[in-house]
Design a protein around this ligand. Structure first.
Ligand SMILES: Nc1ncnc2c1ncn2[C@@H]1O[C@H](COP(=O)(O)OP(=O)(O)OP(=O)(O)O)[C@@H](O)[C@H]1O
Ligand SMILES: [Mg+2]
Length: 459
């Protein structure tokens, strides 16, 4: 997945996001550049830093959506954090570092999943054998009633029984049986220590504390289906190499991790350049504190985690913000310098809405069709209906507040409210098709749009 060309990446993003060509291009190039960098000789590769991106644009135009789809596409470790959340916590550098720890956890999950996939066949076979052991009647009970059997014959009989059980298991005919299993688990330390701030602790100390708590084992009865899941997990755990996973995850975090820093504009302090403005204790001090904490991570530093040290030099940062009432130039100069690529996302209008409503594979109209098809009601849109919904969304954005494509959700919800409620009865009456016409759309929405107070509430 890592070797998509920029044009292929853009084409993939086009399947979900309408317009915003500049932003798509920028992220596609950034991803490709990391792939290029990984192919350089090590001395050169060390010199090439990621070109971090700031996406600037109003709310609901696709900033988060682009980053989210991008991560899925590349299979890179990805997390999204709200920069504004750090202003509430205070001035502790370690809080900001937690984003790197979270990214690593994400990578571990990713790599672990891949390894589990790789050993799945072996683990499944082993789990099945153990399940058969558990289902098998105790040895004494299987002895032939006459007792005249030799050891060979008895072994043969047992093998035969196993074979039959295996067939029945596969056919799902034993799913109603119960078995008893031993389960080992460590009490969930992250919860126990949450109040003590385990994440904030020295990783060595945290690991030590965790080891001090003994593993608990207990026996539990469960159905065959659940036992199969538990056994598969236990067998998978035996077959995968945790240290290797950690190493690979650290490497992947460092080489291809992406941190999406949302609401970066909330930590900019307008007019507060150079540290003035706001006054001590004011929000600007806190914002600048967060910027200062962020800087080493974005510039490249070593963050210690419970699994080892993570170097952040080559992690790609994609920041996003509306930048109303402030500009990228309101960020600390050093931070600005670390985000050399700026892309603007355009506000969305009526024509974009028409496309958003119909083109993406997960388009809202398709979702509605799928949901109501479950009831046996097929939904057909008259040509004018889509345009009417787009019109109404644009109108609501203009008169209420511009919330971009998010407006489509409330409009569509409104249009289908009645059908959602009485679809089963319609179908029972023999109505199997709902034709959504322009008139129907306007009827469901227009009345509300006329009443400012009501529309503020409903739309
Ligand atoms: N250009 C677009 N094409 C298709 N869908 C879009 C587009 N822009 C937004 N959407 C849809 O609107 C919703 C909100 O978009 P998104 O989360 O990307 O907003 P945002 O730009 O990050 O806004 P905010 O600044 O409020 O975080 C998503 O469900 C997304 O699918
Ligand atoms: Mg967003």
């Amino acid at each position: 997945m890592q070797n998509l060309t920029p044009q292929q990446i853009v084409a993939e993003l086009d399947r979900y996001i309408i317009g915003q060509a500049a932003a798509k291009r920028a992220v596609a190039v950034a991803i490709r550049n990391r792939w290029r960098r990984q192919r350089l000789d090590p001395t050169m590769a060390r010199e090439v830093y990621p070109k971090n991106i700031v996406m600037i644009g109003p709310t609901g135009v696709g900033k988060t959506e682009i980053a989210r789809r991008l991560a899925n596409l590349t299979g890179a470790p990805f997390i999204k954090v709200e920069a504004s959340k750090f202003t509430e916590v205070g001035y502790h550098g370690r809080d900001v570092e937690s984003m790197v720890r979270d990214l690593l956890e994400q990578a571990i999950g990713l790599v672990r999943g891949e390894q589990a996939q790789a050993v799945q066949e072996k683990a499944t076979a082993a789990a099945t054998e153990r399940l058969i052991d558990l289902l098998l009647p105790p040895v004494a009970a299987t002895g032939a009633p006459g007792g005249a059997e030799g050891p060979d014959a008895s072994a043969q009989r047992r093998e035969h029984t196993r074979e039959r059980l295996r067939e029945q298991l596969v056919a799902g005919r034993l799913d109603s049986r119960e078995v008893e299993l031993t389960i080992t688990h460590r009490p969930v330390t992250s919860v126990m220590f949450a109040n003590m701030g385990l994440e904030q602790m020295d990783p060595e100390v945290a690991n030590m504390l965790e080891r001090m708590i003994p593993e608990q084992t207990k026996r539990r009865r469960m159905g065959v289906a659940e036992a199969r899941r538990v056994l598969l997990e236990q067998e998978t755990e035996k077959l995968i190499d945790r240290d290797k996973i950690t190493q690979e995850a650290i490497a992947r975090t460092q080489e291809s991790g992406i941190i999406f820093l949302d609401e970066i504009d909330k930590i900019a302090s307008p007019g507060g350049r150079g540290g003035q403005g706001g006054g001590w204790g004011g929000p600007d001090v806190s914002r600048q504190g967060v910027q200062r904490d962020l800087l080493p991570i974005v510039e490249g530093s070593a963050v210690s985690t419970r699994h080892g040290v993570v170097h952040t030099d080559h992690i790609l940062f994609i920041a996003a913000g509306a930048f109303h009432g402030c500009a990228v130039s309101d960020l600390m100069p050093e931070l600005q310098g670390r985000f050399p690529i700026r892309v603007e996302l355009s506000p969305l209008g009526r024509d974009d809405f028409v496309r958003i409503l119909t083109e993406p594979g997960n388009a809202l109209t398709k979702q509605e069709q799928a949901l109501l098809a479950v009831e046996g009601l097929s939904v057909r849109f008259d040509p004018g209906a889509i345009e009417a919904m787009a019109d109404l969304a644009a109108q609501a954005n203009a008169t209420l507040e511009n919330i971009g494509a998010r407006r489509l959700m409330t409009i569509v919800e409104r249009v289908f409210e009645q059908a959602h409620f009485d679809a089963p009865e319609r179908v029972a009456r023999g109505e199997t098709e709902l034709v959504v016409t322009e008139a129907y759309v306007r009827e469901q929405v227009a009345g509300i749009l006329k009443d400012q107070d009501l529309s503020r509430f409903v739309l």
